[in-house]
Design a protein around this ligand. Structure first.
Ligand SMILES: Cc1cc2nc3c(=O)[nH]c(=O)nc-3n(C[C@H](O)[C@H](O)[C@H](O)COP(=O)(O)O)c2cc1C
Length: 366
């Protein structure tokens, strides 16, 4: 029986070949950040208020100019065809059905045009964001941006934590083959002769490790879409994002897949929110596995949460239905958490709803 994200992870992982499991589930080097992204949530406990009327709970929020069902979006994660043959098309349909926005990876196995059409065809009106890497070939980068904008994307998510790829022992040891039998229609111009390259080799050959904050001005000159920075972990970089005129930041460490031993995102969130002072939108991803985790992130000041692996597990478990099941689980848990904590609206989820447990077991209010 699939009742929780942990159930879904177990069921999905059982269906995937070992090498794909290694690619999806693990992170960089010693797996410290992958683990701590989730475990860090347990430092926080909820302070519920009682005897509140929670008969009419409102979970909706406005993101990218549209109301979504609850404060959750789908992180851009590549290579979804390795989870299910329909890949991002199934994810897009599920998001559309559940009224949840979706991030599209540059490493998607379907084109942004097809991904958005798949969602629109099932009747929903969600928004999409295109994830982007700074590329060596600016013309190719410009083309991705133009295609994304033309297809209807509302935002660019510039991934800032990946000048090079993180070192992923599990991926190397399991000999994961990224290119076998699948295509990458957003970035694969001229890839036909490169199919024997590893993920690492391919990434190095197209991605630019000389990226900088100057890119924001260039992005502004080539698109009218919102510009978000994905992969910020410090107050200093939130300040840079504000100075550069970005619309938002996603506090993210790439799900622990880039630099291991960085701060868990839920611990980086408070300093980022404090630095933002409401001048820029602050979202978070990494290790979110329950409705209570979403509640805690909001109480710490995030406007919205994003999830990567839970989406991939849903997709691997049962395609579109599996992603819908994953969204339903998190929605029901989040709604129930709000009710039991005495919150009628998302705006009621404030810092005073949390306590922090110190290393000596003592509890302090935020
Ligand atoms: C298999 C996989 C592929 C990913 N691909 C991308 C990508 O192409 N671009 C990107 O910016 N982030 C990528 N991410 C990171 C996610 O966008 C997100 O930051 C991360 O998964 C959030 O952590 P979580 O998986 O614990 O929810 C990927 C993550 C996974 C697990």
């Amino acid at each position: 029986m699939i009742l929780s994200i942990a159930d879904l992870e177990a069921a999905a992982s059982g269906k995937l070949p070992d090498a794909t499991q290694a690619f999806f589930n693990s992170g960089a080097t010693n797996q410290i950040t992958v683990k701590e992204n989730s475990s860090a949530f347990s430092k926080y406990r909820i302070r519920p208020r009682v005897l509140r009327d929670v008969s009419n709970v409102q979970t909706e929020i406005d993101i990218l100019g549209k109301s979504i069902t609850f404060p959750l979006c789908m992180s851009p994660a590549g290579v979804q065809a390795r989870a299910h043959p329909e890949g991002e098309l199934a994810t897009s349909r599920a998001c559309s059905q559940k009224n949840i926005h979706m991030g599209v990876s540059s490493f998607a196995n379907n084109s942004v045009e097809d991904i958005i059409s798949a969602g629109r065809n099932v009747g929903g009106q969600i928004n999409y964001g295109m994830q982007l890497y700074t590329m060596q070939d600016r013309e190719a980068e410009k083309e991705i941006i133009a295609r994304a904008e033309g297809a209807g994307c509302k935002a660019i998510f510039l991934t800032a934590d990946s000048p090079i790829l993180g070192l992923r022992y599990h991926e190397k040891r399991s000999n994961f083959k990224i290119f076998d039998g699948i295509s990458f229609p957003m970035v694969e111009n001229g890839w036909e002769d490169k199919k024997t390259q590893s993920h690492d080799e391919r990434f190095i050959s197209f991605n630019s490790d000389s990226h900088s904050w100057d890119e924001i001005a260039w992005l502004r000159s080539v698109t009218k879409m919102e510009i978000w920075i994905k992969g910020v972990l410090t107050a200093e970089d939130v300040e840079m994002a504000i100075e550069s005129g970005c619309d938002g930041v996603i506090v993210s460490n790439h799900g622990g897949r880039q630099l291991d031993d960085v701060v868990p995102t839920i611990d980086a969130l408070p300093e980022c929110v404090k630095a933002a002072q409401g001048r820029i939108r602050v979202h978070v991803d990494g290790g979110i596995r329950s409705g209570a985790d979403i509640f805690k992130a909001l109480a710490l000041g995030a406007e919205c949460c994003w999830v990567g692996r839970p989406m991939l597990w849903g997709l691997a478990y049962d395609g579109q239905n599996g992603v819908e099941l994953m969204i339903d689980i998190l929605y029901q848990e989040f709604r129930r958490c709000m009710q039991l904590a005495g919150c009628r609206t998302v705006a009621d989820i404030t810092p005073d709803r949390l306590a922090r447990i110190g290393s000596d077991g003592s509890m302090s209010r935020l």
